[in-house]
Design a protein around this ligand. Sequence first.
Ligand code: AMP
Ligand code: MG
Length: 268
Amino acid sequence: MSKQAIVPKAGAAIDLKKFDPAYTGDYDKESAKEETAKLQERFTELQEMLYAQGKQTLLIILQAMDAGGKDSTIKKVFEPINPQGVYVYGFKAPTGEELGHDYLWRVHRRTPPKGFIGVFNRSHYEDVLVVRVNDLVPKDVWEKRYHQINEFERSLAENGTRILKFYLHISKEEQKQRFEERLADPTKHWKWNSGDLEVRKQWDDYMEAFEVALTKCNTKYAPWHIVPSNHKWYRNVVITKTIVDALEDMKVAFPEPEEGLDKIVIPD
Ligand code: AMP
Ligand code: MG
């Protein structure tokens, strides 16, 4: 069984059974939390430079089964980040207006502008996940979407957007526990949706749909990261590190200041 938070090789066939959702590397809860806090200091600096520079975009896509931790990742990983520079958007079942367009229309409208970090809580991948599992459109329609998604993401990447895609991998047992916690905690009841139980029944079909998406849409310019996510503290450190590494690689920096700032005297 593989032991990493993985960026599979582009084109390699993914078998999720080979990825342990409970993997935690060399971390324990305490060391992971410490490391996350340290990484977040750098994340804050880098985000400010990205915003100040205003030339590049970072798009983060989160996909997971229900209770996989998409909401809590956003809450925890982005906690110290200046909200002014972040766009978060959650994709629900398409509205009537959205269904009147091609499936990428609503997604492209939500991509962040230059200088911003965009976070997608679900995304166009729903159009090859829930849509595929439930035959919401005919097979010959969803089948062509993997290729269309790759071309869409390629176009974003070629126009200045760095794309990071995270699949939060939890076990079916972990989902059960999290559902039970939701039911036991009145402050979490708003998250309860009995429809999620129907989705749980389709677990194996979803795993297969994820494997196909992770295999076919794992490209150099928009890689998938498989994040063992049974342990929230491990998930958070892995995702924060991946984001910091990407921003470092993007070479974000403050823009050159106007000349002569040192000679400016502010009048009384
Ligand atoms: P939640 O993220 O818990 O608010 O749930 C959002 C719901 O919207 C999930 O059940 C998704 O499967 C559903 N959803 C998102 N995108 C699509 C889509 N393109 N087609 C159908 N259902 C979708
Ligand atoms: Mg839900």
